[in-house]
Design a protein around this ligand. Structure first.
Ligand SMILES: Cc1cc2nc3c(=O)[nH]c(=O)nc-3n(C[C@H](O)[C@H](O)[C@H](O)COP(=O)(O)OP(=O)(O)OC[C@H]3O[C@@H](n4cnc5c(N)ncnc54)[C@H](O)[C@@H]3O)c2cc1C
Length: 431
C-alpha cells in the first residue's frame, strides 16, 4: 500500500516510521524541518529553557551564586534540537522524505515542488500556527516562535494569554530575571484545567514575582504599551517585549483542501472517530484537526488512523490524555476536573495530599504543591490534578490506573518506594 503523509511533526513522522515498519511504501512531505512544531519551536526548545530556569531556581534556593546564563541555555537548546532532529532522520530511513509545501490536486494526488505524488491513502498532519487577537497593534507582538529565537533576556515581558504556552514562557523568563506580567481575559489562568489547581498555581507564580492579571481584556497594543480593561477600568502595562500567546489555530493554509473535497472549518479539519476526513481514504491527525493540541495526542491519533487503514482495532483511550504545564511548579492533569464532575452530576470525593508533608519533597526543598485525586463513591478513579515538582512524571501512575480500571482500594495496596515524590500520590490514596 502507498501512504502519503503531509507534515513531519509528531503526528506525521511517527506515523511514517510505524507505517514503514509495517511494510508500507511511505512518502513524507514536509515544508518545515523534521520534528515539526514540537521539536523545532515547541515542546523541546521550551523544555530545555525550563530546565535551565529550574537550575537557576535551585541555585537560588541553595544560596549559590553561580547561575547558568541565558546564552548557555540558547546554545544547549540548539544542540538538543539538532541532536533529536538527527535521531528522527535515522528513524525515517525507510521513508521517502520530501522537503516542500504540499497541495492537493485531487482526492489521491498531491503536488509538491512541481511534482505529483499519488497514494492509496493520505494523512494530513500539518499542525497549527499561533493565533492572534483582532486588535490594533497585535502585529507588533512576538509569538512563541520568535521568543525562542531571542539571544538576550528582555528586561520586562508582557504575556497576553494565561494558558499553557503563555505561562511556561512567563515562568522561564521570570527565572532569567525579566519583570513579567501576564494578562488573561478569563477569571482564572489555565481555563481548561481544574479551577482549584489553577488558583493555586496563580498563587505560586505570584510568589515568584510574576504579576498575573485575570479578567483583563486586552484592547490595543501601542509599541511597548499594552492597554487592557479590567473591571470597567482602562489599565496599561509597559514592557520591553510583548508576547502574544492566545492559543493556536489549525494550519490548513495553502493545502487546497477544496480540490480534494475535504471538509474543514476555522476550527480544523473535520474527522470521524478513525480520524478519517469527509473523503474516504484521506485522514487528518494532530493539531490540524483542532482537538487537543498536544504532541502525544497527535502521535496516538496518527497511530489510530494507521490502525484503521490497516483494518486493526486498537483500544487507545482518547478521553484519557494527560496534560502537563512546565511552569515552576509544574502542573499535570488527567481525567475529569471537579467542575466537569459537577456538570455531569457525578457523586464524587476529592482525596488530597501536600508536598510539604512528603519527605523527599522537603529534602529537595520543593514543598510547594499538592495532589488531588477525584474518585466516585465506588472507588472508581475519575481524574487527578497535581501541582508540584515532577508532576508531569507522576501523572502517569494515575493515567495507567484509570486506563486499567484500577479502583482506589487497589491503588491503596500498591507499595511506593520511600522516600519518593510518588508517595504524594500514595498519601492521597490513603486520605
Ligand atoms: C511553544 C510551544 C510549546 C509546546 N509545548 C508542548 C509540550 O510541552 N507538550 C506537548 O505535548 N505539546 C506541546 N506543544 C504543542 C505541540 O508542539 C503540538 O501539539 C504538536 O507539535 C502537534 O503536532 P502535529 O504533528 O499535529 O503538527 P506540527 O508539529 O505542527 O507539525 C506540522 C508539520 O507540517 C508541516 N506543514 C504544514 N503545512 C504543510 C504543507 N502544506 N505541506 C507540507 N508540510 C506542511 C510543517 O512544516 C510542520 O513540520 C507546544 C507548542 C508550542 C507552540
Amino acid at each position: 500500500m502507498r501512504l502519503l503523509i503531509i507534515g513531519a511533526g509528531p503526528g506525521g513522522y511517527e506515523t511514517a516510521v510505524e507505517a514503514a515498519k509495517r511494510g508500507m511504501e511511505v512518502t513524507l512531505i514536509s515544508e518545515g524541518p523534521l520534528g515539526g512544531t514540537c521539536l523545532n519551536e515547541g515542546c523541546i526548545p521550551t523544555k530545555t529553557f525550563c530546565h535551565y530556569a529550574e537550575l537557576i531556581e535551585q541555585n537560588i534556593k541553595a544560596g549559590l551564586d553561580c547561575r547558568p546564563s541565558f546564552a548557555a541555555a540558547v546554545e544547549r537548546k540548539q544542540a538538543v534540537v539538532e541532536q533529536l532532529r538527527g535521531g528522527i532522520d535515522m528513524l525515517l530511513k525507510g521513508v521517502d522524505v520530501v522537503q516542500g509545501r504540499a497541495q492537493f490536486k485531487d482526492t489521491r494526488t498531491v503536488v509538491c515542488n512541481g511534482q505529483e505524488y499519488t497514494a492509496d491513502k493520505i494523512i494530513i498532519a500539518t499542525g497549527s500556527v499561533s493565533a492572534s487577537l483582532p486588535i490594533p497593534g497585535a502585529e507588533s507582538c512576538i509569538t512563541s516562535k520568535e521568543i525562542l529565537e531571542l539571544k538576550e533576556v528582555p528586561a520586562s515581558l508582557c504575556v497576553i494569554g494565561g494558558g499553557v504556552i503563555g505561562l511556561e514562557f512567563a515562568s522561564i523568563f521570570r527565572s532569567f530575571g525579566s519583570e513579567v506580567t501576564v494578562l488573561e481575559s478569563c477569571p482564572n489562568i489555565l481555563p481548561r484545567f481544574d479551577t482549584d489547581l489553577a488558583k493555586r498555581l496563580k498563587q505560586s507564580l505570584s510568589r515568584r514575582g510574576i504579576n498575573i492579571e485575570t479578567q483583563a481584556q486586552v484592547t490595543r497594543i501601542d509599541g511597548n504599551a499594552v492597554t487592557y480593561i479590567k473591571k470597567d477600568r482602562e489599565c496599561n502595562v509597559e514592557a520591553s517585549m510583548v508576547l502574544m500567546a492566545v492559543g493556536r489555530r489549525p494550519n490548513t493554509d495553502g493545502l487546497n483542501l477544496e480540490a480534494a473535497g475535504v471538509d474543514y472549518t476555522r476550527k480544523g479539519i473535520t474527522v470521524n472517530d478513525r480520524f478519517e476526513t469527509s473523503v474516504p481514504g484521506i485522514y487528518a491527525v494532530g493539531d490540524v484537526t483542532g482537538g487537543i493540541m498536544l504532541a502525544h495526542a497527535a502521535t496516538y491519533q496518527g497511530l489510530h488512523a494507521l490502525n484503521a487503514i490497516c483494518g486493526e482495532i486498537d483500544s487507545i483511550r482518547f478521553d484519557l490524555i494527560p496534560a502537563a504545564v512546565f511552569t515552576m511548579p509544574e502542573v499535570a492533569a488527567v481525567g475529569l476536573t471537579e467542575d466537569q464532575c459537577k456538570e455531569q452530576n457525578l457523586e464524587f470525593r476529592c482525596l488530597k495530599s501536600f508536598y510539604r508533608a512528603n519527605g523527599k519533597a522537603v529534602s529537595m526543598d520543593e514543598t510547594d504543591g499538592y495532589c488531588k485525586v477525584i474518585v466516585d463513591l465506588d472507588g472508581k478513579i475519575l481524574g487527578a490534578h497535581i501541582l508540584g515538582a515532577h508532576a508531569s512524571d507522576l501523572i502517569h501512575e494515575i493515567t495507567t490506573a484509570i486506563n486499567m480500571g484500577a479502583t482506589l482500594q487497589q491503588l491503596q495496596s500498591v507499595i511506593h518506594a520511600h522516600p519518593s515524590l510518588g508517595e504524594v500520590l500514595q498519601a492521597a490514596f490513603h486520605n
